[in-house]
Write a protein that binds this ligand. Structure first.
Ligand SMILES: [Mg+2]
Length: 441
């Protein structure tokens, strides 16, 4: 093999996490998604698939197909938490891990074979440790390209038969020599870029399997599908895919901003908004397992220009009140008396561990460069933030735990209260449509 690529894909991820957290659901059809009228299925276990339920179908159809299933609102932050553990585990196998969504990743294990043994051993051991450490099943495929690896993990998955759900191989390594015999019988729809339209056209050409496709001369595919898509199909049918595994990098900054319906110079209101924004930023940081030592506040003034202030601490923060304390101090130094139309908080300089030993660098940046702040002012702010961070850490942990269970809006620091009740700033908390508890549903 010239390259050795491994694809790991969690089996029915969100649904499996729900079963893991609620063992009484074992063996029961479970459907996760937006449980409201217009919701969509995000994930379902194999027991539900037996009834024809699939992800991305309307929740209403899922209820018709499988009325006895247990329908659960997705708990995004919980899935992110499990996904972070998965990622951590994967990085012990290879430094080159490309995450695809929460439940899939490609690993280039070319450099790992000398340390950890043959690809089949690496793949089998990885699957075992995922089960041991996360309590969840995954499927692992290995091949010389991302495409082969992904097809292999798919082929290794549990499948549905007349008799019910059958466990799959779990691990499948496609050697160069067996690539052709692996690809030939696969339905052509398994290839990347073969959607309903291409599949229909191919079936008119008598092409049902990847093997059929490989028999068609490239010139004919180009004539039928145009040069780029035609060439693509010809290459894939031969198992050729040169795309590299690109290691996923954590974001450089995490922030939130809000644009007001009317310009505001009401400092109390703006500080309350900073609390809300900082709470959102902090939960996103913690989801990612990060803390930040740099906090910035951005405003857009009535004349449409932007102004930014930043503060770098010697310690790093991941709690809303601490971030907000810094942000509020920064806001005080901005020219907001004629009103602002946009307010934003962002954090940067991430570390995944407390950097207690880091050299204290207290600086306040203006748009035009660095201005040393009066050191006593800096020290005070530093101390205030550190005290808040310590004081809030335990509370915030509890809040996170409650939110993981009941959703983002279930609990909030009263400083984030608005006239509309608790804010739901977790923009990705219900990406599958409104929940069944939504008013008016
Ligand atoms: Mg999956």
């Amino acid at each position: 093999m010239d390259r050795t690529i491994l694809h790991v894909d969690m089996d029915a991820f969100f649904a499996a996490v729900e079963v893991l957290d609620n063992p009484e659901l074992n063996g029961v059809p479970v459907v996760v998604g937006g449980t409201g009228k217009r919701g969509v299925v995000a994930s379902c276990n194999y027991e539900a698939r037996l009834f024809g339920v699939r992800s991305a179908v309307a929740m209403a159809s899922a209820r018709r197909l499988c009325p006895n299933a247990v329908f659960i609102d997705g708990r995004y932050s919980r899935y992110v938490e499990v996904s972070a553990k998965l990622y951590e585990l994967l990085t012990t196998v290879s430094p080159v891990v490309e995450r695809i969504g929460l439940d899939e990743a490609f690993l280039d294990i070319g450099g790992a074979t000398r340390l950890f043994g043959a690809p089949i051993e690496i793949a089998a051991r990885l699957r075992e440790s995922v089960l041991e450490e996360l309590g969840l099943n995954c499927s692992v495929g290995v091949g010389r390209s991302k495409m082969i690896a992904k097809l292999a993990s798919k082929a290794a998955k549990p499948h549905l038969t007349q008799r019910g759900v059958e466990v799959g191989d779990g691990v499948l390594v496609v050697e160069d020599s067996s690539e052709r015999s692996f690809l030939d019988p696969l339905p052509v729809s398994w290839l990347w870029g073969v959607g309903a339209v291409t599949r229909k056209r191919l079936s008119e050409l008598g092409v049902k399997t990847v093997g059929d496709l490989a028999q068609i001369p490239e010139a004919i595919l180009i004539k039928e599908f145009g040069s780029s898509h035609g060439t693509h199909l010809a290459l894939l049918s031969k198992g050729i895919d040169e795309s590299p595994v690109v290691a996923s990098r954590p974001p450089k900054s995490i922030g939130r901003e809000v644009t007001f319906a009317q310009d505001s110079c009401d400092i109390e209101y703006l500080k309350q908004r900073l609390n809300v924004l900082s709470a959102g930023v902090s939960s996103q940081l913690r989801e990612a397992g990060l803390s930040a030592s740099r906090v910035s506040v951005k405003v857009r003034l009535a004349d449409l220009t932007f102004q930014t202030r930043s503060f770098t601490l010697s310690t790093s923060l991941d709690t809303g009140p601490a971030i907000s304390a810094v942000a509020q101090a920064l806001l005080d130094s901005l020219p907001i008396d004629r009103g602002i139309r946009l307010l934003g908080v962002s954090t940067a300089n991430f570390s995944d561990v407390e950097r207690a030993e880091q050299l204290s660098l207290l600086s306040m940046l203006h748009d035009d460069g660095v201005r040393k702040v009066d050191s006593s002012e800096g020290e005070d702010l530093q101390e205030q933030a550190a005290v808040l961070e310590d004081g809030w850490r335990e509370i915030v942990k509890a809040v996170d735990a409650i939110r993981a269970k009941f959703g983002y809006s279930a609990v909030g620091n009263t400083s984030t209260l608005t006239g509309l009740g608790l804010p739901s700033t977790a923009r990705r908390d219900a990406p599958w449509g409104p929940s069944g508890q939504d008013p008016g549903d």
